[in-house]
Design a protein around this ligand. Structure first.
Ligand code: HEM
Length: 180
């Protein structure tokens, strides 16, 4: 994963738990904590950090990754405001992640580790986002989607029954828009 992902994780831990906790996490994991935004670092390093943060804060890893996704979205929206500018609503924004936003990310960074999303407008009005990634960061994706929902002031609910962590080949994130 790119250094920017680690930079934002550091920012969240320092903001919520303080610098001392972050330093202890790095020390326990024997990491120097120096991450350059555009450089790639092993996925295993991110997973080790999440496991360590979870054990130090007693927050279950899944909950932590979800909250991190929400925090990450706000940070990405601040760093790359252009990506949101042309998308007036949440549904349109979500549909642009695979074919516009992550394509722009590929221009910004060399060899980024990105998921693949396929979309379907379901007859009942919900939006299916089918997530494919060898990293299995579907809970991060859920958090990012919730972060987008707050930024767009549009309430949503997410159904996530088909999941790569249950042995399915992908995850189906089915997004409902109760206010539409
Ligand atoms: C709701 C909107 C979004 C969703 C659901 C989403 C989903 C994801 C997920 C799940 C990953 C982790 C990699 C993986 O699963 O394989 C990821 C990586 C990433 N995304 Fe997105 N994303 C969203 C919006 C954005 C936006 C607005 C940006 C703005 C630049 C962005 C930039 C990135 C970057 C830089 C990475 C890391 C690439 C790497 O580490 O190599 N994403 N995205």
């Amino acid at each position: 994963m790119k250094g920017v992902i680690f930079n934002v994780l550091e920012e969240m831990v320092i903001k919520k738990c303080g610098m001392q906790v972050w330093n202890e996490i790095l020390y326990t994991q024997n990491l120097d904590g120096i991450y350059t935004a555009g450089e790639s670092y092993p996925d295993s390093e991110l997973f080790a950090l999440v496991t360590e943060i979870s054990s130090q804060t007693k927050i279950p890893a899944e909950e932590l990754v979800g909250s991190y996704g929400e925090f990450l979205f706000a940070q990405l929206a601040e760093r790359y405001p252009l990506f949101l500018e042309n998308k007036p609503d949440l549904r349109g924004f979500l549909k642009s992640v695979d074919s516009v936003i992550h394509i722009e990310v590929k221009k910004l960074y060399s060899n980024p580790s990105l998921p693949k999303f396929e979309y379907e407008d379901l007859p009942d009005g919900r939006l299916l986002m089918r997530y494919h990634s060898p990293r299995k960061l579907c809970i991060l994706a859920e958090g990012l989607i919730r972060g987008a929902s707050s930024t767009y002031h549009t309430p949503i609910n997410i159904e996530h029954k088909i999941c790569c962590h249950k042995g399915d080949p992908h995850c189906d994130l089915i997004i409902g828009f109760p206010d539409e």
